[in-house]
Structure formats: C-alpha cells, structure tokens
Design a protein around this ligand. Structure first.
Ligand code: SF4
Length: 121
C-alpha cells in the first residue's frame, strides 16, 4: 500500500488553488503523475505546505508530519511535489534538495495534470 504525501507551495495552497482540489481530484482519478497508482493500492495521507517563503522550515515540517501521524500509525511511503512548488517557486531547487536529502522515501515531481489553459486564447 502506497501512502502519498503531497508537498506544495504555501502561498498557492492558501490563496490560489482553492481547496487543493486539483491535486485531490487528480489522485482520486489516478491522473497526471498519479497514473502510476491506477492498478495499485494507494491512499492520500496529507497535503503539506512548504511553510512559507523561503521554505526554510520544510525539514521540520516533514518531521512534524511524522509526529502528527504517529498516533494513527501512518507515515508516507512516497512524496509528490505539486506543480505550484516544482514549477513556480523561486526556491524550488533548495526545497526539493532538502526533501530528497531528508525524507528517506521516494520523491516524485508532479501531481495533477489540470494546469489552467490560456485564459484569453
Ligand atoms: S518558498 Fe516557494 S513554495 Fe514556499 S511559499 Fe514561497 S514560493 Fe511557495
């Protein structure tokens, strides 16, 4: 059973991508980078923000996820980096480097495939 933790951009999660529903719908439908779970057991166990610019707290926040979920005996087996972070964050290289170095589990860039189309086209 894969246990998926999504990590995204705090600014976007708070104010832009309302309800983080694109990531959740993508996971539920197994679309985008979640296609690889189409024929597998997989659960979404959390949506974690970077904590705010410049994302300095990301390692601490991953440790908090571990503590917070310990009473339920849940922990992620794979992390997906949402496009709000992997495609649009000026600090993404440093943040993703820390996640790769400290998570100890697989890290995949990408979540949903529903990027907005050209607005005025
Ligand atoms: S550090 Fe990057 S991912 Fe985090 S809030 Fe700022 S812009 Fe978003």
């Amino acid at each position: 059973m894969e246990k998926v933790l999504i990590i995204g951009c705090k600014n976007t999660m708070d104010d832009v991508c309302i309800g983080c529903s694109r990531c959740m719908v993508g996971f539920n439908r197994r679309e985008g980078e979640f296609e690889e779970y189409k024929d597998k057991d997989a659960e979404l166990i959390g949506l974690l923000s970077c904590g705010g610019c410049p994302g300095a707290g990301i390692v601490t926040r991953m440790a908090q996820v571990k503590l917070w979920n310990a009473p339920m005996n849940e922990k992620p087996t794979v992390i997906h980096i949402a496009p709000c972070l992997s495609q649009h964050c000026p600090n993404k290289d440093e943040i993703i480097k820390k996640i790769l170095a400290k998570s100890g589990i697989d890290v995949i860039e990408g979540t949903h495939p529903y990027m907005p189309a050209d607005i005025f086209a």
